[in-house]
Design a protein around this ligand. Structure first.
Ligand SMILES: [Zn+2]
Length: 151
């Protein structure tokens, strides 16, 4: 994972996948939405080719997300390429919350990419921030900001 510190700082999202994420985010408003991302390492970073929505079963979905366990397991069993987690912040900026950071150890060992989206204002596009999940020498996980590119 040491290479994450140097050159692997770009997350490229296919156009179709970007649209699917944006549509899922909007369809779930005003609640948080979530899902998983499939893809692979690519020159200079990671490439995301597929998005699978997973129902948010949090008791308070306005401000939290919990992956539906059955759907989550099904995605895990579909095999290789599972590289990332997505969730939305319907009414706050797409940056990790304190709750996100507390939950990170639950997912961090399985994923390398972490995406957060927020709805755009009137007429503007979904805002999407991307992070690489990194683990330090003390086994603590961190989110390193990445450049998100579309296409
Ligand atoms: Zn969050």
């Amino acid at each position: 994972m040491a290479d994450l510190h140097t050159i692997r700082r770009e997350i490229r999202i296919s156009a179709l996948c970007g649209r699917q994420i944006a549509e899922h985010l909007v369809s779930g408003l005003p609640y948080e939405t979530c899902g998983v991302l499939r893809g692979k390492a690519a020159a200079g970073g990671m490439r995301i080719d597929a998005f699978a929505p997973i129902r948010n079963v949090a008791p308070d979905p306005l401000h939290h997300f919990v992956l539906n366990p059955a759907e989550w397991i099904r995605e895990c069993l579909r095999g290789e390429g599972l590289i990332g987690l997505f969730h939305s912040h319907p009414s706050s900026p797409p940056v990790p919350s304190g709750e996100d950071l507390r939950q990170l150890p639950l997912f961090a060992g399985m994923f390398r990419v972490y995406l957060i989206g927020s709805p755009g204002g009137a007429g503007s596009e979904t805002a999407l921030n991307g992070y690489f999940i990194d683990k330090d020498a003390g086994d603590r996980y961190h989110l390193l900001p990445a450049a998100v590119r579309h296409g």
